[in-house]
Design a protein. Sequence first.
Lengths: 182, 588
Amino acid sequence: MSKSKSAYSVPGKFGKIERHIIVVWVDNEAGVLARIAGLFSGRGYNIESLAVAEVDKKKHISRITIVTEGTPEVIEQINLQLKKLVPVHKVADFKRGEKDILFRELAMFKILVNSKKLEKVKKICKKFNPVILDKTNKSVVIQVTALRAEIDKLALDLKSLGLISTSRTGAVAMTKGSKIFN
Amino acid sequence: MPKLLSGAEIVFKALEDQKVEYIFGYPGGAVLPIYDELKNHKSIKHILARHEQGAGHSAEGYARSSGKPGVLLVTSGPGATNAVTALTDAYMDSIPLVCISGQVPTHLIGTDAFQECDTTGITRPCTKHNWLVKDVNDLSRVLHLAFEVATTGRPGPVLVDIPKDIQFKKGKYKFFKNTLKKKLNGKATHKISNLELDKFIDLIKKSSKPIFYTGGGVINSGPEASKHLRELVSLTGFPITSTLQGLGAYPGDDPQFLGMLGMHGTYEANNAMHDCDLMINIGARFDDRITGKVDEFSPGSKKIHVDIDPSSIGKNIKVDLAIVSDVTVLLKSLIKRFKEKNKNFLNSNKQKTSKWWEQIEKWREKKSLNFINSNKIIKPQHAVQRLYELTKKQDTFITTEVGQHQMWAAQHYKFNKPNRWMTSGGLGTMGYGLPAAIGVQIANPGKLVIDIAGEASVLMTMQEMSTAVQYRLPIKIFILNNEYMGMVRQWQELLHEKNYSESYTAALPDFVKLAESYGCVGIRAKTPDELDNKIEEMINIDKPVIFDCVVDKAENCFPMIPSGKPHNQMILGPEEEEEISDEGKILV
């Protein structure tokens, strides 16, 4: 059979794919992360990265930051579907590249270095707020904060300098200025 | 200090405060403390199903026909997993269900204990929300919240999982109300503005080829919504079509009604949807069985979409005016505003839509629901028509299974009232109709309840006949028996070169004897000339009946839009079959 046959419709036209950062405020209760992740997997949405932590100890509110990709229609659906979940309080949606939004990821690199190489490493990392968290005569653990693409590049550059392990968070986001999202 | 109650007592106290009269369920180890408490609560009657799926569909039938939430009580592990189909069915068709499941004691959770499963994990994607209650003092809050979530906004199923030790533990009880206020919960929080209404009315006034496209949202909004819909349709003089779930919201025999639309909808409804210049969608969700090929769906029309669920709007089809609202609320204010400013609209607008109505009449002349009748063999469409003619004088409730018989029922049975038609539309669950009929009969004692069934579907939940007999529920199971999974056979005939792979059921039971063994009445009709008398006989028996209506094995359900086709490319009947066999191959 050259063409498959089914009772379902053929797919329509696809829109342009955009990258969005979606911030969700949720009740920090059992299973809430599974609900969010399950919504994404169940409806076929992407999760590129995800960062979660409780931000309000008293009210038990967690802030989840999700980086995702999709057509504008899909992004709209993600927003609306998230808002329907009972533990979700509010949802903010930022397009990657929006001017008044700050994004950061944190990464830790473990690199096998001697002191000569370390200078090189420090130089490469200079722009990204490097902090040396641990140092031995054979190795170093450096923490940087940067954008996703910058960390990608950094990891690539450090490879030849002895990078043996990378650990990174998902992106977190915040608006610039005094305004907060309501 | 308030009196402390056990978890099981709290469950019943909450059910009483929610004015629950019936629960559908099946006992088991992890839910025994709740069953033990049942005897102390006379206002709540338990209906013992024969399988938890049956209990779930019964609860759905109860909810759909009464407008009240259905309540389901099952045990842990297999009890909960058996209920999953019913929960998913309710989720797809927006039916309010509250499922209470037992769970192994909290200290055993996660140890692969006997009859343990991750119930909240399994039911997370098929409920609006679910809870595992680990503290007895949370129980009353969670239970009341569960009812609120199930019944507000777009209705749907919820599940409360209660470990056995929590059912024994003592805790405080409190009646919580409206705890969701702060939350959207898919509920419209914004008031409908006059601006929106004026835009709506403006689109109505500008249109010369309008159509109302209404769905299950009208039914879910309550009987008020149907009244308002009828008023709006008569005020405007516009044609109206309905989805499968919306049947009954508008009278099926009214001249403004074009019949059901969609894959097996009428020629006039689908062509009108395709050619209209204004589509007014009230409480429907642009399902794929409705839209066909999305890119070619009603290309020239402005579209209005009224839905209580914001995520339903713009999901499949882009619209020009979106209104997030409950149907009743919207229609009430729309009609008020419309009447204020447009006196005598019907007459003054007649001219404008007269060509449109002429066109619709031309489509109607095709008589797309016609079929070639026979005097030797019962045609399934004929059987449904006779059933309708012989039952239309009384207030009849129809449920169905899933397949050809379901479509024939939707096409040929005309509904005049909401909540009289219970069918599994979204999930398409074979085996839905029989247990649903049980729930319908419980909610509507003394009324005629008929499950229009197929022999393959009905065997999936046949065990529930035993429930019907136990509670003396005189439901009528009207089986259109063609010995095939008819819809599967139809697709195989049209798209898979008549390779009837596994769609024929050999060794079917003798349904008359089966009925007798359950303690109900079996009737068989084999020829058209005995059909009427036997249907009359069935109606007059005050006991559950299984009616084995032996029908033409080869009949196909027409008209039909092959999937992936726009609305104006329908196949009307067998004479066009050759044409689709070829075209069918293009389908993906």
